[in-house]
Design a protein around this ligand. Structure first.
Ligand code: MLT
Length: 330
């Protein structure tokens, strides 16, 4: 019996060593982004790929793979089903916690189908409108919506996306759930193109996607979704919070995390978490993210266990909020 135990221990050690030595293999590490290219999630992934490549000494080739549709759930399902070898990872956001309360059946199980590698950043959101809107502050904007109830539309990136979640919570808070039609896109990059072109009226989106457009005057900004004003953000510091505009308790910040399929070997997870932590300390990564209003996570949520606990807590926090405000997707 003792010999068997010794053999089993040796085999396990060999497998772990093999997993360690075989990772990364010559094939690229795919960072799946469950939204269209050019949006805020894509932005985070591309910046992260560059920083993790550096952190892994350049011997890991990262590629960003956009797999959009169904509010991001198609891309998430692809990673849940991928080989657990460390070569297919998911960059996603609050949608990981929101989708289970928005879909009666998801093509993956939360939280069990994933390994949690660590949080990446936190990003405020902005309520924005097309340039032609006859409103130049939040109060006029909300009055315009009420005066045109049923005639306006709001863009988002599909059920379960951050822009959808924000729109849902905001419309519920201003009691305008039926005042506007929702228009889904494969991501907020195509949605932003429609907004700038005047084909849609408004949207709630992350500052990583809206900062440049607001600065260029291609969209109008009306408010930020965080509890506190963005006083450190030179562009957004003077925009009111929705709480200041009378929406009691409105507080929404989007977060992004890095995920792997369940069953990815611990040695590979540890290597990826080490690279993630180094990337989050990379001055170039921090500068890029902070330049777009994002805050890079430096607390314990960069640890896998704390990341998983945070996502589960967010699932429990969002469920009643969504059920009170939301519409179920079949
Ligand atoms: C979202 O609304 O979930 C994201 O902004 C979508 C995206 O990254 O394109």
């Amino acid at each position: 019996m003792k010999r068997l135990l010794v053999l089993a221990a040796a085999a396990t050690a060999m497998f772990a060593a093999h997993a360690q030595s075989a990772f990364p293999s010559s094939k690229p590490i795919s960072l799946v982004v469950p939204f269209a290219a050019g949006g805020p999630t894509d932005r985070v992934a591309r910046d992260l790929a560059e920083a993790m490549r550096k952190a892994m000494g350049g011997n890991a080739n990262f590629v960003v793979e956009n797999v959009n549709g169904a509010g991001g759930t198609i891309g998430v399902a692809k990673v849940a089903r991928a080989a657990p070898d460390g070569h297919t990872l998911l960059v996603h956001h609050i949608g990981m916690a929101a989708a289970p309360a928005l879909y009666r059946k998801l093509p993956y199980k939360m939280p069990d189908d994933f390994e949690y590698l660590g949080m990446i950043n936190e990003v405020p959101m902005t309520i924005i409108g097309k340039p032609q809107l006859p409103a130049n502050n939040y109060r006029d904007f909300e009055n315009y919506i009420r005066a045109n109830s049923g005639k306006l539309n709001i863009a988002h990136a599909g059920l379960g996306s951050a822009s959808h979640l924000c729109g849902l919570m905001w419309q519920s808070a201003i009691k305008a759930k039926d005042a506007m039609t929702t228009i889904p896109f494969g991501g907020t990059a195509p949605a932003m193109n429609a907004l700038v072109g005047g084909q849609v009226d408004m949207m709630c989106d992350q500052t990583t996607n809206t900062t440049g457009q607001i600065e260029a005057g291609r969209v109008k900004a009306f408010a930020v979704t965080t509890a506190k004003p963005l006083s450190n953000n030179k562009l957004l510091k003077d925009y009111p919070t929705l709480q200041e505009m009378g929406l009691k308790g409105f507080d929404l910040t989007i977060w992004h995390g890095l995920y792997a399929p369940k069953g990815t070997p611990p040695a590979v997870l540890a290597q990826l978490n080490t690279a993630l932590k180094a990337a989050l300390k990379d001055p170039d990564f921090i500068k890029k993210q902070e330049g777009l209003g994002a805050v890079v996570v430096t607390d314990k949520r960069v640890e896998p266990a704390a990341h998983k606990a945070f996502v589960i807590a967010e699932m429990n926090k969002l469920k009643p909020v969504i059920e009170a405000a939301g519409k179920f997707a079949d």
